[in-house]
Design a binder for this molecule. Structure first.
Ligand code: ATP
Length: 465
């Protein structure tokens, strides 16, 4: 029986180990002892990540008439961050333990929910100050810590040369609002979408790739008339929740929506909700935020740049549009996909002695996200078999990411593919040379079907569509 994830305290440990062993995710700079909270995506990880990003882009840009894409630079004019408010208030409250010297985000240890408190109140010591969660030592009062990474442009490291690594991709969209609107002759409502790296000097990164200092975001800024903002906010809330289920195959019961309470809302937001996932390390945590940011960003950039960032409607009326922002993290989504797919089968699924194992791991990825779609396996290392298998492999990989594996017993090879979530294995046996057919094995049902080699293209086009 497959164990349920939530009952497994070591799930994260097992996932981290599987990710390293099978080439999904490595610690960054590992040979030098690693760089805390930075990760590198290996050969399978990058396939998985690209699939997630492609599915988001298909849904949000490619299949819509009202959304266009953008790829803005990571470094932007420093005024951007003055206008957006990040320079002044993109801060988290930091507390130090006087005894063990560890650092914590005050809001994470003072408020035992995922709710964000009013940061202003964190500047003072609360009446009942908690002690260090690690050693029980006394904590300092909270002080505000800006999360933006700073660097310098050009050879002189003075204040005038300071630039910031963007902490979100959204501002690249707002500063290009006029460029995109005018060049594409867009009419409201319309959206601008972007996928790209963001950087935050998080005080307490952790839980593998859940919270890191370098990560990728997938953000949409959907501009509309102010009176329609509520309607589109509701629309995007539903659309985004459904995407995790339909496009990525995440189990619905592990997802929920949570509306922010009034005191959690940023001052510029009229409403905000999170799509949350039931992670093994923290119960429900944010996967994506959907916010009605009103006209705050365009107004601020208009004020700081002196440029008109308004919209003129058919009747000649000028106004600053409102914006609805669905903002998701690629890495957090990838972690969700991994956690949701991980399945252990005690005692194994096969009965043949050579492949029986105490514990079998199957990554039940949705076919659309699986890093490898088809594995091609010649039954034996005989030249005529491997030649035929190589030909089939070359044919299939024109359309799908495929793996070729001729090493060890067929049972072991099936296990290896199950562990990386490959939906289909194609086995070429001695009969294949005569009847020009192969055996296709399904990862989840383990059912085997005999398919004519000439019909394989159509067969997989249907199965993997
Ligand atoms: P949190 O409360 O977890 O710090 P946030 O509310 O600050 O998140 P947003 O600014 O709304 O996050 O960013 C949008 C999305 O970007 C998040 O829902 C998350 O998926 C992703 N994200 C934000 N910060 C990080 C991070 N440090 N590491 C990985 N992903 C992140």
């Amino acid at each position: 029986m497959a164990k349920t994830k939530k009952s497994d305290d070591n799930l994260m440990e097992k996932l981290v180990s599987l990710c390293k062993r099978r080439g999904f995710i490595f610690q960054s700079s590992e040979i030098y002892g690693g760089l805390n909270s930075f990760y590198d995506y290996g050969p399978l990880g990058v396939e998985l990540k690209n699939n997630i990003k492609r599915l988001w882009w298909q849904e949000m840009v490619q299949r819509r008439d009202d959304v266009v894409g953008l790829d803005a630079a990571i470094l932007m004019h420093s005024k951007t961050w003055e206008a957006s408010g990040h320079l002044k208030s993109f801060t988290d409250p930091l507390v130090d333990c006087k005894k063990c010297k560890r650092r914590f985000r005050a809001d994470h240890i003072l408020v035992p929910t995922s709710a964000k408190p009013d940061l202003g109140t964190m500047k003072e010591k609360p009446k009942k100050m908690p002690t260090c969660p690690e050693c029980g030592g006394e904590l300092t009062a909270a002080r505000q810590f800006n999360l933006m990474f700073k660097t310098f442009m050009g050879p002189v490291e003075d204040e005038g040369a300071t630039v910031y690594l963007r902490p979100e991709t959204a501002q690249g969209i707002f500063v290009n609002f006029k460029n995109v609107k005018d060049s594409m002759r867009l009419k409201l409502p319309f959206g601008i979408a972007q996928i790209g790296k963001s950087f935050r000097n998080e005080i307490t990164p952790g839980n593998f790739i859940f919270r890191t200092r370098e990560f990728e975001q997938m953000e949409l800024e959907y501009f509309c008339e102010p009176k329609e903002a509520k309607k589109y906010y509701e629309y995007w809330l539903k659309n985004r929740f459904d995407w995790y289920v339909k496009a990525l195959g995440i189990k619905k019961e592990n997802l929920r929506r949570r509306s922010h309470t009034k005191d959690e809302l940023a001052h510029y937001a009229a409403a905000c909700s999170d799509v949350e996932y039931n992670f093994p390390f923290s119960d429900w945590s944010e996967l994506e935020g959907i916010a009605n940011r009103q006209d705050f960003d365009l107004k601020q950039h208009s004020k700081f740049s002196g440029q008109e960032l308004d919209y003129t409607d058919e009747a000649g009326k000028k106004f600053i549009p409102y914006v609805i922002e669905p903002s998701a993290g690629v890495d957090r989504t990838l972690l969700t996909v991994l956690v949701d797919a991980y399945t252990e089968i005690e005692g194994g699924r096969t009965t043949t002695t050579e492949s029986t194992k105490d514990l079998e791991v199957v990554m039940r990825f949705d076919k659309k996200v699986a890093p490898i779609k088809i594995a091609v396996l010649p039954l034996a290392k005989k030249e005529n078999l491997t030649k035929a298998a190589k030909e089939i492999y070359d044919q299939l990989r024109q359309n799908w990411s495929c793996d070729y594996d001729a090493v060890s017993s067929i049972g072991r090879r099936y296990r290896r593919q199950d562990e990386i979530g490959t939906p289909y294995c194609v086995t070429i046996d001695f009969d294949s040379l005569e009847d020009k057919a192969v055996t296709v094995r399904d990862r989840d049902t383990m059912k085997q079907e005999r398919i004519k080699i000439g019909e394989m293209g159509d067969y997989f086009a249907e199965k993997l569509k």
